[in-house]
Design a protein around this ligand. Structure first.
Ligand SMILES: NC(=O)c1ccc[n+]([C@@H]2O[C@H](COP(=O)([O-])OP(=O)(O)OC[C@H]3O[C@@H](n4cnc5c(N)ncnc54)[C@H](OP(=O)(O)O)[C@@H]3O)[C@@H](O)[C@H]2O)c1
Length: 259
């Protein structure tokens, strides 16, 4: 039996992975953005050990989530799965960062800084990181602002940035297997109605990583559906780019990613 925490598990990949892990007899903690979505999550996955609540577009709530998770105890696996794509800038009140970039990049950074280290830390990226601008300039849209914002390119960039964070974490956290995942292009709220891939193929990868059924000496790797290891954009392995993103996250949050 393993203890697993999955962010954004009221829907999509997170919910289905949680359901399967519960079926396999594991202790699974869900997460939802508010109380109403927490009730939905619990109803959809009644065997879960608990549901934690936090809006991951909020610095305060994301920090409080880390406290709640740490209070439960040690986790075997934590899957930083919550993400969003479509929609306008949605300026977050405490930082001015677009909500998508906060949820996709900054929330995983904050959680990586504050959570007690699990045996396996899994960042959910996307193959769309391959279409990102590799400059890692203006990660938080402070220079371009709301007028220049386009959700799709911003999403591609955010997924490269979260992989750069993941690989920086992998270099620092000795004894934790830290990986990134592209779960497949699937018809969820993020994937859109026309997506061609199967949810179960991505969920297979989540379940394998959560259960630790792979070589856990692997760290800084990129997994894809059907438990396979994929080939990421070479820029994701560029240490100076990783550190550029880490520094930007540190400047905004005041949190340092320790060794
Ligand atoms: N579907 C694809 O084709 C695809 C491809 C590549 C990568 N991904 C990635 O896979 C991950 C899971 O996405 P999905 O496809 O399963 O989509 P999904 O069904 O929309 O799931 C995303 C989850 O994140 C939660 N979330 C979003 N913003 C949040 C916030 N501010 N606070 C708390 N929770 C928040 C959502 O909550 P609500 O349910 O309440 O909205 C939802 O439970 C994401 O990181 C996504 O970028 C998906």
């Amino acid at each position: 039996m393993v203890r697993v925490f999955i962010t954004g598990s009221a829907d999509g990949f997170g919910l289905e992975a949680a359901r399967q892990l519960v079926e396999h007899g594991h202790s699974v903690y869900l997460h939802a953005r508010n109380q109403s979505r927490a009730a939905d999550a619990k109803a959809a996955c009644p065997g879960a050990a608990g549901v934690l609540v936090a809006n991951l577009a909020s610095m305060k709530e994301t920090r409080e989530l880390a406290d709640q998770v740490n209070a439960i105890g040690n986790f075997d696996a934590i899957i930083l799965n919550a993400g969003m794509l479509y929609g306008p800038f949605r300026k977050t009140p405490d930082t001015g960062i677009p909500a998508m970039v906060f949820v996709n990049v900054l929330a995983p950074y904050i959680l990586a800084c504050l959570l007690h280290r699990p045996k396996r830390l899994i960042f959910i990226a996307s193959q769309l990181h391959q279409q990102a601008d590799t400059s890692a300039d203006d990660i938080f849209w402070f220079e371009r602002g709301e007028n220049g914002f386009q959700d799709f390119p911003a999403y591609c960039d955010s997924k490269l940035h979260v992989m750069l964070v993941a690989n920086a974490v992998a270099r620092r956290f000795q004894g934790t297997s830290v990986v990134s995942v592209h779960p497949g292009w699937v018809a969820t709220k993020v994937g859109g109605a026309d997506a061609p891939d199967k949810l179960e193929d991505g969920v297979e990868t989540y379940v394998m990583l959560a259960e630790g059924e792979y070589d856990q000496n692997l760290t800084g790797k990129y997994f894809v559906p059907k438990k396979q290891i994929g080939t990421p954009l070479p820029a994701s392995n560029d240490i100076s780019l990783q550190e550029k993103v880490v520094k930007a996250c540190e400047d905004v949050t005041g949190l340092k990613l320790s060794d």
